[in-house]
Design a protein around this ligand. Structure first.
Ligand code: 5RP
Length: 274
């Protein structure tokens, strides 16, 4: 692997643990001002010290995030559709590689929509992105999109999506936890991170994280179950404990409970747990 590409990957996948906690805050690109991301900077900034990377669009990055923050950035580069347009899977590339470099990104992310009429276009877009990424040393993350119009969120469907992404040459695959998750990991030569999905109780989200790591995921790319929690800092710290420190669910819940509820980092330790 090219030195620059490897170096960018190691900025957000810890060379020490081989794992990563990616904070997903890109939801507005098709959902608009979704709950707790109405003012993205206020939600994201206190969580940055605990994230290995933030995944977001260039607009929110430029407008809402202090460029002096040291956090690595994975830039979402696919989009062009909305929750109300009725054609969610019809995404194109909305941010070019030059801008990703200008923004000092350490990765670019694009959704693929396997099982939809737009699967071919999104897979070809992915291939193009991988060509550019390999040529210029930029890691590419595949987001295996799920939704009502797509296949069932089971090991067979997610295994298909992840394997196709890996065959196209991506460097990291983001998918969802499911029963028989090990089969998804086994069939995918690229490393996998899991999304959290819609908000569920904290304990369940920590269980999901634990089971995903046990099943072979190298980490999470989690959003709503962190920043829609009453205790977002406690949640990201608890997720970190599982992903990087090998904590079990009971230990993670202790970490969650030891963090004061609220959205400000002021009362919590600002030290990054790396
Ligand atoms: C949307 C995304 C999100 O980043 C992804 O769903 C992760 O966030 P969450 O944990 O809230 O599901 O890629 O397409």
């Amino acid at each position: 692997m090219d030195w620059g590409l490897q170096n960018r990957l190691s900025r957000f996948i810890s060379p020490k643990t081989g794992h990563t906690v990616m904070l997903a805050v890109d939801h507005g690109y098709f959902l608009g001002p979704t709950s707790m991301l109405e003012r993205p900077g206020e939600t994201i900034t206190p969580l940055i010290p605990y994230a290995d990377t933030i995944m977001l669009t260039r607009g929110v990055l430029r407008r809402c995030i202090d460029p002096c923050q040291e956090v690595p950035v994975v830039l979402r580069v696919s989009g062009g559709t909305s929750i109300v347009g009725g054609q969610l899977s019809n995404e194109g590339i909305m941010t070019c590689m030059d801008d990703a470099f200008r923004l000092n990104a350490c990765g670019v992310a694009l959704s693929i929509f396997v099982g939809t009429p737009h699967e071919r276009v999104t897979l070809l877009n992915m291939s193009k992105l991988v060509d550019e990424g390999e040529e210029r040393g930029m890691p590419v993350v595949a987001v295996t999109a799920v939704g009502k119009e797509l296949g069932k969120r089971d090991a067979r469907f997610l295994g298909l999506c992840c394997r196709i992404a890996a065959e196209l040459g991506v460097h990291l695959v983001k998918t969802y936890y499911c029963d028989d998750f090990e089969k998804v990991v086994d069939g995918c030569p690229a490393p996998i991170v899991v999304a959290g999905g819609p908000k569920i109780p904290e304990k369940e989200a920590l269980e999901l994280t634990y089971k995903a790591i046990q099943g072979g995921a190298i980490g999470v790319d989690m959003g709503r179950n962190i920043w829609q929690s009453d205790n977002p800092i406690g949640m990201i710290k608890a997720v970190r404990a599982i992903v990087h420190d090998g904590a079990n669910i009971r230990e993670a819940i202790t970490v969650l409970g030891s963090s004061q509820k609220g959205r400000s980092a002021k009362k919590s330790s600002k030290k990054k747990k790396k």
